[in-house]
Design a protein. Structure first.
Length: 266
């Protein structure tokens, strides 16, 4: 199983790790594309700060991110699972996993990134600021830039197994599985169920869907199951205590959707 995660806007900084080694990251087929984006981002942030802030969409309070980007090559690099923070990663709690579940996480989880394309949670990266909506002056829109490199690298990473796609829409647009691979891909929609005059009403959960997705991934890692299809994944999640309904694709070559029903959002 391969699990695709979004990054977080907020990232942990500091530490005393070694500096970035792009050649040491997972998915080595992305190395050239990563160096292209890294070179331009560092050059942009080493020059006109006003231009960099405009390109990166930074408010006045985030101008310090420019200097951080300019120093990416010499900044301490930490495991990506420690760099990415926020609601999903708090619920996932990689640091709290036992050794077996941690090894599964390192093998199965990929975090998408406008700078790196995609990285494993054990890959060492520095803290950075570059979102999927960025359009660099030379490289252009990063979502479009990554489609070609990721289309070459991701099918091999997925192999013949299940793909659980938990990315947000911006990062999902960087790579979309097609054909037979799409048919063994499952996306997740989180719905809140409430009783209104004795009738169950459902609504899409926005912010707190991240926490639910983090808990889903954690339960899969700690549960030790290895579902091979979207239908098996739904059964596994139900066995792990989640309320799940499957929505089959309307036509061949499209992903399945799993609706995870929650009553409380937190």
């Amino acid at each position: 199983m391969l699990v695709l995660l979004p990054p977080s806007e907020g990232k942990a900084a500091g530490g005393s790790g070694p500096v970035l080694d792009p050649a040491g990251l997972s998915l080595p087929a992305l190395d050239g594309a990563r160096r292209t984006v890294l070179d331009e981002l560092v050059a942009l942030c080493s020059g006109d700060a006003d231009k960099a802030a405009e390109v990166l969409g930074l408010s006045a309070g985030l101008r310090g991110e420019i200097a951080k980007n300019a120093a990416l090559r010499s900044a301490p690099a930490l495991p990506a699972g420690e760099v990415y923070t926020g609601v999903l990663y708090d619920a996932l709690d990689l640091a709290g996993l036992d050794a077996h579940a941690r090894r599964r996480a390192e093998r199965q989880l990929l975090v998408f990134s406008a700078l790196w394309g995609a990285v494993g949670v054990a890959d060492r990266i520095p803290s950075y600021r570059c979102s999927a909506g960025v359009r660099l002056p030379g490289t252009g829109a990063l979502t479009a830039f990554w489609r070609g490199p990721l289309a070459e690298a991701l099918p091999a990473a997925a192999g013949a197994g299940l793909v659980l796609d938990l990315r947000s829409s911006a990062y999902a647009s960087m790579w979309k599985p097609t054909g037979e691979l799409a048919e063994r891909t499952a996306t997740v929609r989180v719905l809140q169920a409430r009783l209104v005059d004795g009738v169950e009403k459902r609504s899409v959960v926005s912010h707190f869907n991240k926490a639910t997705k983090g808990r889903i991934v954690r339960s899969l890692l700690t549960g030790g199951a290895e579902p091979a299809t979207p239908a098996e994944l739904a059964e596994t999640l139900a066995d792990l205590g989640h309320r799940v309904e499957t929505v089959a694709p309307a036509r061949a070559g499209r992903p399945w959707q799993l609706d995870v029903i929650v009553t409380d959002v937190h």
